[in-house]
Design a protein around this ligand. Structure first.
Ligand code: FES
Ligand SMILES: [Fe+2]
Length: 349
């Protein structure tokens, strides 16, 4: 039996990391279930006691009383009231009311709903870390930049491996084959990169010539067909990444972010948004960019969903590697570090 290391969608090491669990606009004062690493969480906005705002909150979808799903509960004042026997929990998970308690009884100290170690909201997304995260949230400044327009794709549920999806996003040699009908051109298959490790993540930069067939300046004879572009990949373990493309000659920037939520061993939810500053506020063109991006992702999913084993190999001897695979080798190294046993001193209480 092989003992080679690999990363499944529900590897326990992934508990010590940030994961996307919803788009911001999906989270309201109505409890919502988010599946993550084979567990259900309830995500919602709890009204503040002052009534002036809400607090983003999450609970394991299991009431400590009879383990009923808390997602069947409702917001009551600034608490979540379990739908079964009405116990109420505040945003920190503390039980603040048990309706059936007699006047001489006290709320048991263990009457606490499990909350994640951390929850955060940025760039229109909600993130959760079940245990103290060893990873950083991905910063995408363009997502909050008013000079960009933002086209969010509908979240996609797919039967894929999260590690394999990130491998696919960082892979540069598949464009001419898997994407022959969209972005694949023979010229686009290999580039030179510079790497910079950022904790459990990396930034990768490249500057290279490419044929800019979409530039109207080429047809007008203002610019040559072969132009320069800058690529910057920003990756943060385990499954968040964005790609920024700057068109040096024609001008303009195209940013694509990509987050994968590992739901179960066989299923993920994928969030991606296109950020552009070169569309002149044209909503129709933005909608076309979003539809085109969806088409490219569907090309990738057609292959990814055919993998029977959805784990990402972390043992570098399991697969074969060539020079064009340098970025995806680094991905395996970073995820290998995340999934390695926590050494003493790094252990969080
Ligand atoms: S199961 Fe939640 S209050 Fe009883
Ligand atoms: Fe692809």
């Amino acid at each position: 039996m092989s003992t080679a290391r690999s990363l499944s969608n529900t590897d326990p090491a992934l508990r010590r990391a940030w994961h996307p669990v919803a788009r911001s606009n999906e989270v309201t004062t109505t409890p919502r279930v988010a599946r993550l690493l084979g567990e259900d969480w309830v995500v919602l906005r709890m009204p503040d006691a002052s009534g002036s705002g809400t607090t983003l909150a999450a609970f394991l979808d299991r009431c400590p009383h009879r383990l009923a799903p808390l997602s069947a509960g409702t917001v009551d004042g600034s608490t979540l009231r379990c739908g079964y026997h009405g116990w109420c929990f505040d945003a920190a998970g503390a039980c603040v009311e048990i309706p059936s308690l007699g006047s001489a009884e006290h709320i048991p100290p263990r009457a606490t709903a499990t909350v994640p170690a951390a929850i955060a909201e940025q760039h229109g997304m909600v993130f959760l870390a079940p245990e103290l995260p060893r990873t950083d949230l991905l910063d995408v400044p363009e997502a909050d930049d008013p000079t960009f327009v933002h086209g969010a794709l509908e979240p996609i549920t797919a039967r894929v491996g999260a590690g394999l999806m990130l491998d696919n996003f960082l892979d540069i040699a598949h464009f001419p084959f898997l994407h022959a009908a969209t972005i694949g051109t023979p010229e686009s298959s290999t580039f030179d990169f510079t790497f910079e490790r950022r904790g459990l993540g990396m930034n990768v930069n490249s500057r290279h010539p490419f044929p800019n067939r979409e530039d109207p300046g080429v047809a007008a004879g203002i610019r040559p067909l072969i132009q320069e572009r800058l690529l910057e990949y920003r990756y943060r373990a385990p499954f968040s990444i964005c790609l920024r493309i700057d068109y040096v000659d024609a001008g303009g920037t195209n940013v694509l972010d990509f987050y994968v939520q590992p739901e179960d061993d066989d299923q993920c939810r994928i969030y991606t948004t296109v950020h552009r500053n070169d569309l002149g506020g044209d909503e129709q063109r933005l909608a076309e960019c979003v539809a085109f991006e969806r088409k490219i992702i569907d090309e990738d999913l057609t292959l990814q969903e055919r993998y029977r084993d959805r784990r990402l190999p972390l043992d570098l001897t399991t697969e074969l590697h060539v020079k064009a695979d340098r970025m995806t080798i680094e991905l395996r190294r970073i995820l290998g570090e995340l999934s390695a046993p926590v050494v003493t001193g790094e252990q969080h209480a």
